[in-house]
Design a binder for this molecule. Structure first.
Ligand code: MOS
Length: 690
């Protein structure tokens, strides 16, 4: 670890503290803990999308099988707020891939073999798995995530659209997407008696997992210990307990010994969540100068029979542009499909595809530069509520980004630049993500050797959280980073929220900063800080990070293949606490956005209700060769209204808007408007010029 001068750690590009442990293999992930006498479990998943499970029969000839759990013999669970955690409780099958049985065996191989040879007697029923804009069961939910009203309306959108000299009325669709963290969901469950449970579990927040598991098992949450010291990615799919944690705990209790359950990669595509497909209609009306008079954003998404999950795709439109007449709304249909859940920038990521592509279409209709169109519609305060922004440097991102990317001499006409077989074009799109903070506690204590240990039940899911928290602590203590050790990833540490909503650093860091200041000022040996009261009345209005994404694309005139030689993001995200780890978050998000624009797509087989490409061989994500130049930069932004560090989140904004920049560049290169993601060759090639 590079050291720092006392009090000067924040803002330095400190390398990841656990980096050496990770590259030498000593950092332990959930399934790697050595637990004596552990048995192994393997899941059995439903082969049908809807039906009733009548019986489960294991092959009696297999040696070493300890138990086969299913609803016919599984212990009864308590009801929690997530029906997906009520595992093996019902004969009803709600989606293909749902866990219907669990085999526990002496070895992993036996468990897997037994699971694969189990005979299921299922009464199959006709299923309904296809999302369509005219589905008769679409309804407006009471609210969408995370608690926002489903609909908002101001003025008269229809009248304003009818009166507007220039309008755009377009529908964009986004496919189901999968989080695909490198480390699969995994749990080792160890009981000590009937009331004390330890889970080594891969997750985004150990306290949240302890609470979810304790609820369904009827345990005191204080007696469920969850350890998640190192986590290999989550992207939202590990933000709350997943079925693996409950299954492992049930199986370990029944087997009377520890049980290890690692989900196979293919299971991640059905049982831990994914991003719902969306169908979004955007209607924009503007006067001839490009001032918006009407914005309407209607989003359709799906959820499962088990759970109403309302992806908030239209919410982002409430915060972006000024217009006197506005509507945003959401409709959902419950299908015989897996439950969608959080995936990096839920809502914003799909929502901004539709909004920012529609804005590009409007710029073309107006014959106006797309950056200038956004400048003309910059709101002085939150467009719907009128709440002032704590800081909003969206236009600065667009302008500074344009400067660095080289936008000034751009010929706005499409399909003008053919370089060999390649059509060349550039595109821009805006980005925003809320700057949130959740209540957190942290403790700081002086060790006998003068060093300070900081304790907080945060998680580092690969973001660099541990490193940034160490920097925050070091500066608050006025010590070099080498004098500080931050311990995270365990419910034995002070209660802290999940790594989610790009709010981890703001939330945990605030508590860490408070505890360290308190320790330093009190002169004592230990200090604790809790931000709950400080955050009590804080709303979400007016607090956002911003960005502008710029893409250069090359589209083959021969095959329709899209390459992205350059992707650039310019951000305004408060104070950047560690430029190295922040840049990594930005470009990671942008790369995921590139995947969303060009590659990622779960393909539904309507006959079976399964995603055909449920593995990383067929579900395509970008590789290094797909992103020759992806870079991020930021504006120094001061915002004293956020937290003691002045930071906004950086984890999600990179995926917001970057797909739209690529789609807009494809139009500029070729004149082809791709409105259904991803921009596959077959969606481009037939429409290419001449
Ligand atoms: Mo993220 S989808 O907020 O874990």
């Amino acid at each position: 670890m590079t050291d720092t001068l006392p009090g000067r750690a924040l803002g330095t590009p400190l390398g990841r503290i656990e980096g050496p442990a990770k590259v030498t293999g000593t950092a332990k992930y959930a399934a790697e803990y050595q637990v004596a006498n552990a048995a192994h479990a393997w899941i059995v998943q439903s082969p049908v999308a809807r039906g009733v499970l009548r019986s489960v029969e294991a092959d009696p000839a297999l040696d070493g099988v300890l138990a086969v759990l299913w609803h016919g013999n599984a212990p009864e669970l308590h009801e929690g707020d997530d029906p997906e955690l009520s595992v093996l409780q019902s004969e009803r099958i709600s989606y293909r891939g749902q866990v219907v049985a669990l085999v526990v065996a002496e070895t992993l191989e036996t468990a897997r073999r037994a699971a694969q040879s189990v005979v299921l007697d299922i009464a199959e029923e006709p299923h309904d798995v296809v999302l369509r804009a005219d589905h008769p069961d679409l309804y407006v939910p009471e609210s969408v995530n995370a608690g926002f009203p489903s609909e908002t309306a101001q003025g008269d959108v229809d009248a304003a659209l009818a009166a507007a000299p220039v309008t755009v009325d377009v529908t964009y669709t986004t496919p189901p997407l999968h989080n695909s963290p490198m480390e699969p969901h995994a749990t080792i469950a160890v009981w000590d008696g009937d009331e004390d449970l330890t889970l080594y579990d891969s997750n985004q927040g150990p306290w949240a997992i302890a609470s979810g598991v304790a609820t369904v098992l009827g345990l005191d949450p204080a007696r469920v210990r969850v350890v998640a010291e190192h986590v290999g990615g989550g992207f939202g799919s590990k933000g709350s307990a997943r079925p693996n944690a409950v299954l492992a705990a049930m199986a370990a209790r029944l087997a009377g010994r520890p049980v290890k359950l690692v989900l196979p990669r293919q299971a991640l595509f059905s049982i831990v969540g994914h991003r719902t497909p969306t169908i979004q209609r955007l209607r924009l009306g503007a006067d001839r100068d490009g001032r918006l008079t009407a914005i309407s954003h209607d989003s359709i998404s799906q959820s499962s029979r088990l759970f109403e999950f309302g992806e908030q795709s239209s919410v982002v439109t409430r915060h972006m542009y000024a217009a006197g007449n506005r509507y945003t709304g959401h409709r959902i249909v419950r299908l015989d499909m897996p439950t969608p859940r959080w995936m990096r920038a839920p809502g914003e990521a799909p929502g901004m595809v539709a909004l920012e592509c529609a804005m590009d279409e409007l710029a073309v209709a107006l014959d106006l530069d797309p950056i200038e169109l956004r400048v003309r519609n910059e709101p002085p305060a939150e467009p719907e509520s009128g709440t002032p922004f704590t800081s909003r440097n969206y236009l600065a991102c667009l302008r500074e980004g344009a400067e660095r990317f080289g936008w000034a001499d751009r010929d706005p006409r499409p399909a003008q630049r053919l370089d060999g077989e390649w059509w060349v074009g550039t595109g821009v799109a805006g980005a925003t993500y809320p700057a949130m903070a959740q209540p957190s506690t942290a403790k700081a204590r002086r060790l006998p050797d003068g060093r300070v240990e900081v304790l907080v039940a945060a998680t580092d899911i690969g973001t660099g959280a541990r490193t940034v928290l160490t920097q925050i602590a070091a500066d608050a203590l006025d010590l070099p980073v080498s004098a500080v050790t931050v311990r995270i990833g365990d419910t034995e540490l002070p209660k802290a929220p999940v790594a989610g909503g790009s709010s981890g650093t703001a939330s945990w860091g605030w508590a860490v900063d408070g505890a360290c200041h308190k320790l330093r000022e009190s002169g004592g040996d230990e200090a604790e800080f809790d931000t709950t009261e400080l955050l009590k009345d804080r709303g979400m209005e007016g607090r956002h990070a911003y960005g502008a994404h710029f893409a250069e694309v090359r589209v083959s005139a021969v095959t329709g293949e899209v390459r992205v030689p350059r992707l650039f993001g310019m951000y305004a995200a408060g104070r950047i606490l560690n430029p190295r780890t922040a840049r990594s978050q930005f470009i990671g998000g942008m790369t995921m956005g590139l995947g969303m624009a060009l590659h990622e797509e779960a393909v539904l087989d309507p006959h079976t209700g399964t995603w055909v490409n449920h593995d990383l061989a067929d579900y395509h994500i970008p590789v290094h060769a797909d992103v020759p130049s992806v870079d991020a930069a930021w504006i120094d932004e001061e915002d004293g209204d956020l937290n003691p560090m002045g930071s906004k989140g950086v984890g999600e904004i990179g995926i917001v808007g970057s797909p739209a920049a690529i789609l807009n560049a494809i139009w500029h290169a070729t004149g082809v408007r791709v409105r259904d993601l991803p921009a596959r060759m077959d969606r481009i090639l037939p429409h290419l010029p001449g």
